[in-house]
Write a protein that binds this ligand. Structure first.
Ligand code: AKG
Ligand code: FE2
Length: 245
């Protein structure tokens, strides 16, 4: 790809990723080669020592839960992260602005860890106030690192019909019973994109329910890119930070 922008000496080059539609309703799109090898190495390196036990949105704020057994960390908005943010915004068209993005989040799983069935849109209105940018309009879940010995750890959408063509079998579990919906295999560099709401200003779409299935071996690091309906307040967003390898 061509250099898109130069930020602090870093040339943001978008990969020529491939786009495959999985479902129109809910809208689910598979993105092949969305995060480059250099970007993945960078994300791994800058996050190495900052992972903490993951939390979920509870009644009294963020809390640890057996529902989500993993480690996570928010990413500082360095030039590499901004380049990925730009790609995620461009994919969604020109009407979504960077102020609608939550800080990008990495999630790391070891053997036995998982994230139970959930939706990324937030049912409790205390988490979708205008201060928080409203609700989560869209999600990208990208696979940033998948060790060679990884087993399990797919991303399952029980209410989305699996595609049928054999060419999908590298990316989805083709042996899965049809009734289980679609399970994406963790494939480094690839990403799933979906719309969480029934309309841009609408209710959460229950058909977007999904889970990070238990890892039975190896290590998986994923990345959440969440776009809110409206700009988040400055307190929730992070200030821009210089490139820091
Ligand atoms: O780990 C996965 O495959 C999915 C993770 C997920 O859905 C999330 O972090 O919201
Ligand atoms: Fe999720």
């Amino acid at each position: 790809g061509a250099v898109d922008t130069v930020v602090g000496g870093y040339a943001c080059i978008h990969p020529t990723y491939r786009v495959h539609k999985v479902s129109s309703s809910p809208l689910v799109i598979y993105l092949q080669n969305f995060i480059t090898a250099d970007e993945r190495a960078h994300l791994k390196k800058v996050s190495e020592s900052s992972f903490r036990r993951s939390v979920v949105a509870g009644h009294d704020g963020a809390q640890q839960s057996r529902i989500r057994m993993s480690q996570s960390t928010d990413l500082r908005r360095d030039a590499v992260v901004k380049c990925i943010e730009r790609r995620a915004l461009d994919f969604q068209g020109f009407d979504t602005h960077e102020t609608q993005l939550e800080p990008l989040q990495l999630v790391k799983y070891g053997p036995g860890e998982h994230y139970d069935f959930h939706t990324d849109w937030l049912a409790d209105p205390q988490y979708s106030t205008s201060f928080n940018g409203g609700n989560r309009m869209t999600s990208f879940f990208a696979y940033v690192h998948v060790s060679n010995d990884t087993t399990g750890g797919g991303t399952n959408f029980p209410l989305v019909s699996p595609p049928r063509d054999e060419r999908w079998c590298g990316f989805v579990e083709c042996d899965e019973p049809y009734a289980n919906g679609v399970t994406f295999r963790p494939v480094e560099g690839n990403a799933i994109f979906w719309e969480n709401l029934l309309a841009p200003g609408g209710e959460g779409d229950t058909r977007t329910e999904h889970a990070g299935l238990p890892l039975t071996g190896g290590e998986k690091i994923g990345m959440n890119i969440w776009t809110r309906q409206v700009p988040l307040s400055d307190e929730v967003r992070r200030e821009d930070l210089p490139l820091d390898f």
